[in-house]
Structure formats: C-alpha cells, structure tokens
Design a binder for this molecule. Structure first.
Ligand SMILES: NC(=O)c1ccc[n+]([C@@H]2O[C@H](COP(=O)([O-])OP(=O)(O)OC[C@H]3O[C@@H](n4cnc5c(N)ncnc54)[C@H](O)[C@@H]3O)[C@@H](O)[C@H]2O)c1
Length: 330
C-alpha cells in the first residue's frame, strides 16, 4: 500500500517508515520538522515538508502520491507544556488533525491509523489497564488525544472512515541496526536522560517520587520497543478493509518496570553509574501504568519481540553510544 506517514521524521514514525518499507509497502513522509529529523528518513523515501493542518497541501500530496492509508504520529507530546500552553496542544493535536481528516475525506482516503496514548486513561482504577477502562485524562495532552479518538468514532459512522487508534505505553529503544533512534529536544524520557547522566552529559538524573505505593517507591511504567509498536501498525491493515470500522488497542508489554529498575538496567547496559538526585513527586504522575495488550495479541497476532527491559535498553544504548548528539541537527 501507499502509506502517508504524518510525523514520519519523528521518533516512532521514522521507525514505522522503515518497517513499512521492509514489509513491502511504500511509505511517503509528511513532516514539518518542528521536532523531527530529516536524517531519520532514508534518502530514497518520498518526503514532503509540510504542516499537517495545511489542507490544500495535504489533499495534493494524498492525490499525487496515490495514498491509500494515513498513519498519524505528528503531535506535540510534552505533558507539562500542555498544562501551561494548552492552545498550542489543542491547535496542533486536535485542530490540525481535524484538517488532516477533512483533507483525507476530500481526497477519498478512508483508512487511518492514529497514535493515541495511555495518558487518555488518567489515573487508572485497575491494573493492568484494559481498553475498556474509563478514559479520564488528567492533562490537556491526554485530553487532545481522547478528543481525536472521539472524532474518529463519529467519522467512522458518518463517513465510513476505518481506523485503528493505538494507545501506546512508554515507547523506548532504537532500530536493531543502530541507524535510527530517539532524539527529542528537549528530552523528557527516562531512558535517554539516564544515558546522558551515565555518560556525564548531565550532572545527574532527577528521580521524581520515591514514596509511591509501589514495591521500591518509584513509579511503574510499561516500556515497549519502538519496532514492536511499528509492527502492530502494519498488522492492523486487514482490519481496516471493512468500511466504517474502528479499533482501539493498548500497546505495551504488560510488564511493569519501576524507575529504579530502569536506572539499574541503564547501569548494566552502560557499565557506568547513573548519578541520581531524589526529588519530590511530580504533579500528575500516576503511580503505575501498565497495559493489558491481550486484545492486540489475539486480534492482530501481535507479540512484542522485545520482552525484557534489558533487551530494549540495549538497543537504545547502541544508538546513544554511536550518536551521542542524536542526529546532530539542532
Ligand atoms: N514517545 C512515547 O513514548 C509516546 C507514548 C504515547 C504516545 N505517543 C504518541 O506517538 C506519537 C509520536 O511520538 P514521538 O515520540 O515519535 O514524537 P516526535 O516528536 O518524535 O515525533 C512527532 C513528529 O511529528 C512532527 N510534527 C509535529 N507537529 C507537526 C505538524 N503540525 N505538521 C507536520 N509534522 C508535525 C514533528 O516534527 C515530529 O517529527 C505522538 O503522537 C505521541 O503523542 C508517544
């Protein structure tokens, strides 16, 4: 299939572009490079530098590239910033996405795969989290993703849109060949920050909250390898054949890892100590978030290949060691 990957120069999107090509599809990337990296996309892949909310450009690209399915990774994803600057988040994550969906409708493209998030669940009542759990986001970032999920439901009924919304837990790791990986600026994710602290590029790692009701007092999260996430996006294609169908899937390994366990895994991978400063809890950090991904496993035949934290951290470290400045373009 000809697949438009919106946000394909970003962390998860760029991994998906490679997986699409490996599976015999033709990825076409649309990204305005606000956070993405041109070097994350191989030179042979069609690349359009554009804003996803620019309907005229998007319709033209959809038509010219004969796009059959759109994967949408582009969003602003900093939870704290979404609290201080919600308009920035509503305009990019919701308004621009609605423009993209309108452009798809105009161009007659009716298959859509959306990057949603476990942040739509807020503070879960039960663990592991099922897709049927109540969705009550506790920050504007999570709310913008839930708003798009709801728009998709309505469009499936009204316009026959067929969609899958994947609620990712914590994406981590890098491509196995070490060619692409995670390079966010600013970086807020624990694993790359721990590498930077281990390598002396940061004076220390700030560990937020050591008094949570968890076995070692630190938060529990579910780390899932970025290539495993990408594979699910392709495994869902047959489900999108039926017109007007909507599917929601959690993507996680189901294995909770505490922040301290992540730090220890980074120390094992790097052979270095991670200097840590213990700090109070951050507002809005739920104590534990981990997935029940049985639905993706049974309906899509999806099985994470990377099942241990060490195996995920090893791929991430291989990328960070060989690319200490990431893509070096900022
Ligand atoms: N990284 C995670 O752990 C995680 C967890 C849950 C959900 N998600 C979701 O997955 C998606 C991808 O996350 P990521 O970590 O790869 O983020 P990222 O910032 O690395 O990638 C997003 C890409 O979208 C592009 N972009 C943003 N706004 C755009 C616009 N208006 N027009 C065109 N391009 C635009 C950016 O330039 C960037 O290349 C996001 O939607 C995010 O909310 C990520």
């Amino acid at each position: 299939m000809n697949v438009l990957v919106v946000g394909g120069a970003g962390y998860i999107g760029s991994h998906c572009v490679r997986q699409l090509a490996a599976a015999g599809h033709r990825p076409v990337v649309l990204d305005n490079l606000v956070y993405g990296h041109r070097a994350a996309v191989a030179p042979g892949v069609a690349f359009h530098e554009a804003h996803l909310g620019d309907g005229g450009s998007v319709v033209r690209i959809l038509r010219e590239e004969k796009i059959e399915l759109v994967m949408h990774f582009a969003a602003f994803c900093y939870v704290g910033e979404s609290v201080t600057d919600p308009l920035k988040y509503y305009f990019n994550n919701v308004v621009a996405t609605l423009n993209l969906l309108r452009a798809m409708s105009e161009a007659g493209v009716r298959k859509f795969v959306f990057s949603s998030t476990c942040a739509t669940y807020g503070v879960p009542e039960r663990l592991p989290i099922l897709e049927s759990a109540p969705q009550a986001p506790i920050n504007p970032y999570g709310q913008t993703k839930l708003d798009v999920e709801n728009a998709l439901r309505a469009l499936a009924v009204a316009h026959g849109l067929s969609f899958a919304a994947f609620r990712y837990f914590n994406a981590a790791g890098a491509s196995e060949d070490g060619k692409i990986g995670e390079d966010h600026d600013p970086e807020t994710h624990l694993i790359p920050l721990a590498f930077s602290a281990a390598a002396g590029r940061l004076p220390h790692l700030q560990l937020f909250g050591t008094d949570y009701p968890t076995p070692d007092g630190t938060c529990l999260r579910d780390y899932v390898h970025v290539d495993d996430l990408s594979r699910a996006h392709i495994a869902v294609f047959p489900r999108l054949e039926a017109k007007g169908s909507g599917h929601f899937y959690n993507l996680g390994t189901g294995r909770p890892s505490s922040n301290r366990e992540v730090i220890q895994a980074v120390e094992r991978a790097t052979g270095r100590t991670v200097p840590v400063i213990e700090s109070p809890r951050r507002p809005g950090d739920p104590p534990a978030l981990y997935a029940d991904s049985a639905k993706a496993q049974s309906e899509l035949g999806w099985r994470p290949k990377f099942t241990s934290l060490d195996s995920i951290v090893a791929t991430a470290w291989a990328w960070h060691r060989s690319h200490p400045d990431g893509y070096g373009d900022r």
